[in-house]
Design a protein around this ligand. Structure first.
Ligand code: HDE
Length: 709
C-alpha cells in the first residue's frame, strides 16, 4: 500500500506544476554548441555524411547494411510523416494566456470562468477546412479556431470556427459534406476549393446548408488575417452553477483588431504569391510583440427558456440573434508565444469537443454529440492511443487513472494497483465535494428513432436574416462569390438548381447570379420561402471595427526609385513605426537607391517584383521628380498602384508621386486626386502636392481613418 501511494504522490508532483510552459520545458531541448551528434540511443557519431562502404583508391564499393547509424537515419526519415487531419489539415498555431475580467459564477462554477485572479495558459490552432496540409492559406473556406485551455481542473477545448453556424445539423452527415467539398474522387480536383460540382450539388440537396453556404460566400471566408477574425464555439454547450442550475451557452471570441477580409482577387493572387500568408502573418506579429487579442464572450439561455425561440437552440445551423440573446464579454484571450517546433506543438496538438471541465457540459445538439465521438477516434489513427501524453496535449493538473499501456506509453506509474476498486484503496473517484465532472441529470421523454425534432426542419429564415443584415458592399461580394463558384460548376443541373435555391433566400440575388452563370432566371421564390426582410445585429463584419482605429501591424509599401524624396520617406517611416505599422521600402531593385539629394541612399526591403501590392495594406508614393519619372514608365510600379486601388487599399502620394498615382488610376472612374496642397480622399486615396514633409504624420492618420482599420 505504501509503495502504491508513494508512487501516486510522485506522479502527482511531477505533473502538477501550475505553469504549463514550465511543464512543457521539461520536454524541450535547446540545441547548444556543446552538443555533439549522436544516434537516437545516445552514442556519438563522427561522420554524418558518408554511408559505411567498402572503398579502395580506385573504386567506391557497395554500401554496407551493417551501418547501423546510416540505417537509423534513413529509417527515421522514412517514417517522419503522420496522417494529416482528415479535415482542417492546413493550419498554424500559437500559445498564449486567457484572463477573466468578470466572473460568470451566476451560470457556472468552473473556476476558469469564475476566478478573475487566474491566468490560464492556452494553445490555439487556426486552420482551413478543405485543403490538404500543403495547400494555400487564402482560399475561400471556413477557418478553424480551436482553443485548448490548460486549466487547473483539466483541459478544456473549444474547437470552433470563424463562422457561427455549420452546413449540417446531424453528425451522421459529416462524411457526406466533407466528401462533397474535398477534391472529387476520380481526378482529385480541385484542391482546397468549394468551387466545384460536388460541393454545390450537396448544398442544393441539403436545404439545411443554406444558411451556412451564405456565410461561406461572404467575406468571412477570406479573412485578412487569423488575427482579424472572430471565433465561435458554433455548437450549443451547457453550464451548471453552484446552485445546480443549468443554462445553454454559446462561445464567442471577438478580435481587438476588428474583423477584416481580403477582397477575392487579392485572395486568389496571394494563394500563388504567398501561400503561407496567414501563417507568416501570425508568426511575424507575435515575434514582433504585437500580440493578437480577442474578447471572450458568452451567450446564455436559462434552461427554462429552451423552447421560447422560433428555432431550436440546439440546431447548429442557427445563430442566436444578438438582440434576443446578447453576448456578454467576460474575458480576454491573448496569443504571445510562437511554437518552438511546428510538428510537436502544432501538428501534434489534438482537440476534443468533449474535453470540458466541471461546471461546463455538452448539450443534446446532434452535431456536437457526434463530434464528441469523432475527435478522440481521429486522434487514435493520427497520433495513437497515448496521444494525451504528448507534451502539447498533456494537462497541467494531476492525471491519474487505470488506463494503461498501448503504443508509445511514456508515463511510468509505480505500484500494484491497475484496477478499481482495489484492496489498496488507490485512486478512488472524486467525492461530490472534490469537484468531479458532472453529467447533468437531464430528464428525457423520447422515442428512439433516426429523427430530428420539428423546429430542425426550417432552413431559410436565418439565411434570409443573414443576407438582409449585410451592408451593400458585403451583398455585392456575396453575389460575386456565388458567380465565381457556380461558374466553376460545369454541370447545368448543379448551377440551375442552385439559382433556384437562391430565390428562396432573395429573389434579386437569385436573378443576378442566375444571369451571371447562365442559369434560367427564377421569377419567384418558393412561396413559403419569400424573403421576410428582417435583419439583425452582429452579423455584418463592419460592426466589428475596433473602437479606436489602428494601423498597428499593417504593412505600408513605400515605392521608391532613384531620385526619391528622402525626407518624406524618413518621416513616413517614423510616423508609421510610431503608430505600430510596418513600413516596407519597395524599390525598383533591392540594391541601394539614391535619394533626390544625390548623397543619401536607401537599401530597400524588397523590390517591386518580389513584394507585390497584394502583400501590403497600404501604398505610399513619395515625391522626387526623377523617381516619379521612372515609376511612371515602370509597368510593374503602375500596376502596383492600380492593383492596390482595385483592392480598395489606402494609397497616399506626395509631390510628384501624385502624378504617378493619378496616371495609374486615371482610367478608373470617380477618382478625385488632390490639386495644390489640399488633402483629398477618395476611396482611400490621399494625395498632397505642395506640403512640408513634416505634415506627413497627417497622412498616417488619414489612412487610418479612411480604411476604418
Ligand atoms: Fe470538426 N473535426 N467535425 N468541426 N473540426 C476535426 O478532428 C467533425 C465541426 C473543427 O486544429 C477532426 O483532430 C465532425 C464543426 C476544427 O486540430 C475530426 C463534425 C466545427 C478542427 C472532426 C465536425 C468543427 C476540426 C479532424 C460534425 C466548428 C481542427 C482532425 C459532427 C465548431 C482542430 C481532428 C485542430 C477537426 C470531426 C464539425 C471545427 C475528424 C464529425 C461544426 C477547428 O475529428
Amino acid at each position: 500500500m505504501a509503495g502504491v501511494m508513494s508512487g501516486i504522490a510522485q506522479k502527482i508532483t511531477a505533473s502538477s506544476s501550475g505553469d504549463k510552459f514550465a511543464t512543457m520545458a521539461h520536454d524541450t531541448k535547446e540545441v547548444s554548441d556543446k552538443d555533439r551528434l549522436t544516434t537516437d540511443y545516445g552514442v556519438r557519431q563522427g561522420n554524418n555524411d558518408d554511408w559505411l562502404k567498402a572503398v579502395s583508391d580506385l573504386h567506391t564499393g557497395p554500401m554496407l547494411m551493417e551501418d547501423a547509424y546510416g540505417r537509423e537515419k534513413i529509417m527515421r526519415f522514412d517514417h517522419e510523416r503522420i496522417p494529416e487531419r482528415v479535415v482542417h489539415a492546413r493550419g498554424s498555431g500559437a500559445f498564449g494566456t486567457f484572463r477573466l475580467f468578470e466572473s460568470a459564477e451566476d451560470v457556472t462554477f468552473a473556476p476558469v470562468l469564475t476566478d478573475t485572479s487566474r491566468e490560464t495558459p492556452v494553445a490555439v490552432r487556426f486552420s482551413t477546412v478543405l485543403g490538404s496540409k500543403g495547400s494555400a492559406d487564402t482560399v475561400r473556406d471556413v477557418r478553424g479556431f480551436a482553443v485548448k485551455f490548460y486549466t487547473q481542473e483539466g483541459n478544456w477545448d473549444i474547437v470552433g470556427n470563424n463562422i457561427p453556424v455549420f452546413f449540417i445539423q446531424d453528425a451522421m452527415k459529416f462524411p457526406d459534406v466533407i466528401h462533397a467539398g474535398k477534391p472529387e474522387p476520380d481526378n482529385e480536383v480541385p484542391q482546397g476549393q468549394s468551387a466545384h460540382n460536388n460541393f454545390w450539388d450537396f448544398q442544393f440537396l441539403h436545404p439545411e446548408a443554406t444558411h451556412m453556404f451564405m456565410w461561406a460566400m461572404s467575406d468571412r471566408a477570406i479573412p485578412r488575417s487569423y488575427r482579424m477574425m472572430q471565433g465561435f464555439g458554433v455548437n450549443t454547450y451547457t453550464m451548471i452553477n453552484a446552485r445546480n442550475e443549468r443554462s445553454f451557452v454559446k462561445f464567442h471570441f471577438t478580435p481587438e483588431l476588428g474583423v477584416h477580409s481580403l477582397v477575392w482577387d487579392e485572395a486568389l493572387k496571394l494563394a500563388g504569391q504567398d501561400p503561407d500568408f496567414h501563417r507568416k502573418d501570425l508568426w511575424e506579429a507575435i515575434a514582433a510583440g504585437s500580440y493578437p487579442k480577442w474578447r471572450f464572450g458568452i451567450q446564455v439561455i436559462p434552461e427554462a427558456d429552451e423552447h421560447k425561440f422560433d428555432f431550436d437552440i440546439l440546431d447548429a445551423t442557427k445563430v442566436w440573434p444578438e438582440e434576443l440573446v446578447p453576448v456578454r464579454y467576460i474575458g480576454e484571450l491573448e496569443l504571445n508565444r510562437n511554437p518552438d517546433e511546428f510538428f510537436t506543438q502544432v501538428e501534434q496538438i489534438a482537440f476534443c469537443t468533449n474535453h470540458l471541465v466541471p461546471g461546463i457540459g455538452w448539450s443534446d445538439d446532434p452535431l456536437l454529440q457526434g463530434r464528441n465521438f469523432s475527435y478522440f477516434d481521429t486522434q487514435l489513427s493520427r497520433l495513437g492511443v497515448n496521444w494525451q501524453e504528448l507534451p502539447v496535449n498533456r494537462p497541467v493538473c494531476p492525471v491519474m487513472n487505470f488506463n494503461r499501456d498501448g503504443a508509445m506509453r511514456h508515463v511510468i506509474t509505480k505500484g500494484k494497483a491497475n484496477y478499481w476498486p482495489n484492496r489498496h484503496g488507490a485512486v478512488p473517484p472524486a467525492k461530490p465535494d472534490e469537484h468531479p465532472f458532472i453529467n447533468f441529470p437531464e430528464k428525457l421523454v423520447a422515442i428512439k428513432g433516426r429523427l430530428r425534432s420539428a423546429k430542425f426542419r426550417e432552413h431559410f429564415s436565418q439565411a434570409q436574416l443573414f443576407f438582409n443584415s449585410m451592408s451593400a458592399i458585403e451583398k455585392q461580394h456575396i453575389v460575386a462569390a456565388l458567380g465565381f463558384e457556380l461558374d466553376h460548376c460545369d454541370d447545368p443541373v448543379v448551377y440551375t438548381r442552385m439559382a433556384q435555391r437562391l430565390a428562396d433566400i432573395d429573389l434579386g440575388l437569385a436573378q443576378t447570379v442566375a444571369e451571371m452563370v447562365g442559369a434560367p432566371v427564377p421569377d419567384k421564390a418558393t412561396v413559403t420561402h419569400a424573403n421576410h426582410a428582417k435583419s439583425t445585429t452582429g452579423l455584418s463584419q463592419f460592426e466589428f471595427v475596433p473602437a479606436k482605429p489602428t494601423i498597428a501591424t499593417r504593412k505600408i509599401g513605400i515605392i521608391v526609385a532613384d531620385g526619391y524624396d528622402g525626407v518624406a520617406v524618413t518621416v513616413l517611416q517614423a510616423a508609421a513605426t510610431a503608430a505600430g505599422a510596418i513600413p516596407l521600402v519597395i524599390g525598383t531593385k533591392r540594391s541601394a537607391i539614391k535619394a533626390a539629394d544625390g548623397t543619401t541612399t536607401i537599401q530597400p526591403d524588397h523590390h517591386l517584383e518580389g513584394m507585390r501590392s497584394t502583400m501590403v495594406d497600404a501604398v505610399f508614393v513619395p515625391g522626387g521628380a526623377a523617381a516619379a519619372q521612372t515609376l511612371r514608365k515602370n509597368g510593374r510600379a503602375v500596376h502596383y498602384v492600380r492593383e492596390a486601388f482595385g483592392h480598395l487599399k489606402a494609397i497616399a502620394a506626395l509631390g510628384e508621386g501624385v502624378d504617378v498615382v493619378r496616371e495609374a488610376v486615371a482610367s478608373v472612374p470617380a477618382v478625385s486626386v488632390a490639386q495644390g496642397g489640399e488633402v483629398v480622399e477618395a476611396y482611400g486615396v490621399v494625395t498632397l502636392r505642395n506640403v512640408e514633409a513634416g505634415s506627413l504624420r497627417e497622412v498616417v492618420d488619414i489612412v487610418k481613418e479612411s480604411k476604418g482599420f
